[in-house]
Design a protein around this ligand. Structure first.
Ligand SMILES: Nc1ncnc2c1ncn2[C@@H]1O[C@H](COP(=O)(O)OP(=O)(O)OP(=O)(O)O)[C@@H](O)[C@H]1O
Ligand SMILES: [Mg+2]
Length: 309
């Protein structure tokens, strides 16, 4: 990152000097014409000077804005590569260690079972991570794929809750939920499941890890125009100033409680892209650090989600 900043600083300085010189020349030009005795006959020169000045100022503002955007993107991509490297290396290192330990003689049956379980967990983590990267890249390039199907709302919520309970080795029923049993959605079911699983994964992941009992809840409600899905937790919360940024690609809240948990900052980017594709809106709500989080998805029934009861 430091070398890429150094490599663009020379062209930026040269471009800035060029813009300043051009502006100074044009201002000089305009002043000379204005101060000359016969402004009337040189009016066209004055117009050219003013138009060029406005043009150069507008181009330099646009150039600066796009440069800042590019630099932010480069910074995010660098931190993404760091987290990808970490997310790939740490389960691989753990797998190697487990394999080396399994090779030792004299291990008891129970120890072998635990090592195999750890290896399954690592493989699962790797495959979820790779799926996230592929989905994020697909939604970024194609805006996602649309495959419309029908699903009962309660079944969809139940399935996602069960997947996340299994993924985090929670007892069945640890995540509470409510959804009307008689509602059928006609929508991109796979996309909606990906969205809900990502939100539930975050809710569990960012909940306290100590002895406090887990509180994660999904509420699904429906009226004639909207399906509203809420995922509520009492975890680490999100500082108010970051409530919008959490949907940016690769963004993670820069606090210790987030750094100590695995993640690449892709999940909510995928969620937002898919919810938009479904014609809906996703918003994050939190009273701040340590105060829990409520994520809300509002799907508009008049767009790609049809509700039947
Ligand atoms: N329920 C939540 N409670 C607290 N913070 C959250 C919650 N959900 C998201 N965040 C914050 O938003 C950030 C972005 O979330 P996102 O799901 O995109 O990435 P991640 O969970 O860090 O990684 P992954 O790509 O594995 O999902 C998180 O890093 C975290 O700081
Ligand atoms: Mg996540």
């Amino acid at each position: 990152m430091r070398s890429s900043k150094r490599s663009i600083s020379v062209p930026i300085i040269l471009a800035t000097i060029t813009v300043i010189l051009s502006v100074a020349l044009l201002v000089g030009w305009i002043l000379i014409i204005l101060l000359s005795e016969d402004v009337g006959s040189e009016l066209w020169l004055l117009v050219i000077g003013v138009v060029s000045l406005v043009f150069i100022m507008a181009v330099s503002v646009l150039f600066s804005v796009s440069l800042v955007r590019e630099m932010n993107e480069v910074t995010r991509q660098t931190s993404f590569i760091d987290s990808v490297t970490h997310e790939l290396k740490s389960p691989l290192a753990s797998l190697r260690l487990c394999l080396e330990t399994l090779d030792r003689s004299g291990l008891q049956q129970e120890q072998r079972r635990q090592l195999r379980q750890m290896m399954y967990d690592d493989v699962e983590r790797l495959s979820i991570f790779i799926d996230d990267i592929l989905t994020a890249s697909r939604v970024a390039h194609e805006g996602g794929t649309h495959s419309i199907a029908q699903a009962g709302l309660a079944d969809l919520v139940r399935d996602c809750v069960e997947v996340i309970e299994r993924r985090h080795r929670l007892l069945a029923g640890s995540i509470s939920w409510s959804a009307p049993e008689d509602v059928v959605l006609t929508t991109d079911v796979v996309a909606l499941e990906t969205v809900l699983k990502n939100l539930l994964d975050n809710a569990v992941k960012y909940s306290p890890t100590d002895d406090e009992p887990l509180y994660v809840r999904v509420n699904a409600t429906v009226d004639e125009s909207y399906v509203v899905l809420e995922v509520i937790d009492r975890g680490v919360g999100i500082p108010k100033k970051h409530l919008k940024q959490v949907f940016d690609r690769f963004f993670r809240v820069p606090v210790e409680s987030v750094r100590t948990r695995h993640g690449s900052g892709l999940g909510l980017y995928v969620v937002q892209s898919l919810v938009r594709m479904l014609g809906g809106r996703v918003t994050a709500h939190s009273e701040g650090e340590g105060k829990g989080t409520r994520m809300e998805i509002r799907l508009d029934a008049s767009k790609s989600t049809r509700i039947t009861t």
